[in-house]
Design a protein around this ligand. Structure first.
Ligand SMILES: [Fe+2]
Length: 262
């Protein structure tokens, strides 16, 4: 698989560069996605090692990380947005791109199916049910690896003062408050629907609630260590109900980690 992996890295690097633009905003968006691709690939490898994956499975995780957002580039060139609701689902679009690539035909059929499943499911609210445990496992790996890096990407935009500097493609409404339905979901621990985001506060709640969807202690440990939860909480409006949701979340994290996250 080593040779194919090399070919894939080369192709992806050139593919991403082919979307470079003189338009500053477009270029900023492409560079964010390029960097994100690199970090998520590295996260996949590190997580696979933590999970004691075989060399083969670690390489498979690497391929999934490398291609998980391949659909983003075609999405931007077609629709000039990274917003799935305003265009189409970037993971589904990624599958279309992958199916056009010859080198994927060189990997074993079962691996190819795992790659496609994990990538298609990486951004869905929940993973589609299947009896194939390997498909589920790799979907969990990419979902964790992706979320961990999105926390990094969004960190500079958490403070309300910086919300206006947010590039258009990740910008919510610049209001700091949290909509009542998002507060309600947060308190009850129900995943919020990101398509209903109306304010910058709603966006923060969605990101916080991702914590409930983290699969592995490795990822939770990184999230805690890097202070992503604290930084989001510090930038939320003061509100009794939100404070209750935060307490529930912290209790959940503590129980999930059982001491291994600090
Ligand atoms: Fe994605």
């Amino acid at each position: 698989m080593q040779e194919i992996l090399k070919e894939m890295h080369g192709w992806m690097a050139n593919y991403m560069k082919s979307f470079y633009s003189d338009d500053e905003e477009v270029q900023q968006g492409i560079l964010i996605k390029e960097k994100h691709t690199g970090y998520v690939t590295a996260n996949c490898i590190e997580l696979a090692k933590f999970l004691n994956f075989s060399k083969h499975d670690t390489e498979l995780a690497e391929i999934i990380g490398l291609f998980h957002d391949v659909g983003r580039f075609r999405q931007y060139s077609l629709y000039k947005t990274f917003n799935d609701a305003d265009s189409e689902d970037h993971a589904d679009l990624g599958i279309t791109v992958i199916e056009e690539l010859d080198f994927f035909k060189k990997i074993p059929a079962a691996d190819y199916e795992i790659v496609k499943f994990a990538i298609q499911q990486h951004n869905k609210k929940t993973v589609a049910p299947t009896n194939d445990e390997r498909k589920i496992l790799f979907a969990k790996v990419i979902r964790d690896a992706d979320k961990l890096d999105i926390y990094r990407v969004l960190e500079p935009f958490l403070a309300q003062d910086n919300a206006d500097k947010m590039p258009k493609f990740i910008k919510g409404k610049a209001r700091a408050d949290v909509s009542p339905d998002f507060v309600e979901n947060f308190v009850t621990g129900k995943q919020a629907d990101y398509r209903k985001i109306r304010t910058n506060g709603d966006r923060k709640i969605v990101r916080l609630m991702w914590v409930y969807d983290i699969n592995f202690a490795w990822t939770m440990k990184k999230i805690v260590e890097r202070g992503y939860i604290d930084k989001i909480v510090q930038n939320l409006p003061q509100d009794e109900k939100i404070a209750e949701g935060v307490k529930n979340l912290r209790d959940y994290v503590e129980n999930f980690c059982k001491g291994v996250c600090k």
